[in-house]
Design a protein around this ligand. Sequence first.
Ligand SMILES: C[S@@+](CC[C@H](N)C(=O)[O-])C[C@H]1O[C@@H](n2cnc3c(N)ncnc32)[C@H](O)[C@@H]1O
Length: 314
Amino acid sequence: MSGERPQVWSRYWATGALHSCHGSFDQQYGGAFVSFWGHVAAELPLGARVLDLCTGSGALPRLFASLRREDGAWRCDGVDLAELPPPDRLGLADSRIHLHSSTSVEALPFDSACFDLVVSQYGLEYCDLALALSESLRVLRRHGRLALVLHHAESLPVRLARAEGSHIQDLLAADGLLDLAAGMQTLLMRARTPQGRMELDRDPAALALRNRFNAAQEQIEREIATSHCPDVLHEARQAIMQAFQEGPAGSARLQAYRQQLQDAQLRLSELVTHAVDEAKLSELEAQLHASGRNTQRALLHERGQLMAWSLLAG
Ligand SMILES: C[S@@+](CC[C@H](N)C(=O)[O-])C[C@H]1O[C@@H](n2cnc3c(N)ncnc32)[C@H](O)[C@@H]1O
């Protein structure tokens, strides 16, 4: 696991994002997800205890709260490696929901056999699978169930993550658009006085930098025209223009945007690396069978696109 993972996700959840594909979907990932979790929630016994692994900003506890409104019907604990914002900032000020920041799935701080249901949505696959699974089974009651939604290696989110990751790599490359924009920001500061402008006009290095920046911008335009997911390129262009309009504060904005891209790069590359293929899912199922559980797998599609595996074990 990358040592930066907890900080990167902490910064992401601090933005107020409601789930990890913020920007592509609204409150939840989509109808197929809500329907899968709806069936899982409907089978919960009254007063059930639920544990959400890798809860992030609590997308699943929030969904369960909307599906099972009755007080006392259930209680949900959510754990995550990241530092999570306070519940009221996440719209989770609900006495039935308890989020645990800075908590690793591989070492759960709960007694054995205390949960009726352990769930995870795009989470468990990021962990050490053998450890995470044995911890999940330890805290599950004997007749408890495990319900997982896992990244599928050939799904839309994985394909988008690959494409966006490659755009970000180009933007952050040495002498890429971000480096050139930082250089241009320095030139813009020098151009704030008549004397500065005169000097710039006679500075061949400044002229060369302007030409390289313009060429990089044109390259981005071409990529935007041909890419099937140009969002990050549009966003980069806007962030740079905004920084240029902010005067001296523009350098800090560019620096903050660079950090944002570096964080996104780590999240996207981890998403691709940890996505589950047929062989990995079979391994997971074998581990569950070895512990005496039956499993049931399915594919989740949204608007005709493959989105994830679902796996039920009981
Ligand atoms: C893709 S997000 C999913 C969040 C949420 N389940 C959702 O559906 O929006 C993955 C989350 O897993 C957390 N995570 C990764 N490895 C972890 C670990 N070993 N223990 C606990 N949380 C972990 C990250 O901090 C991140 O918040």
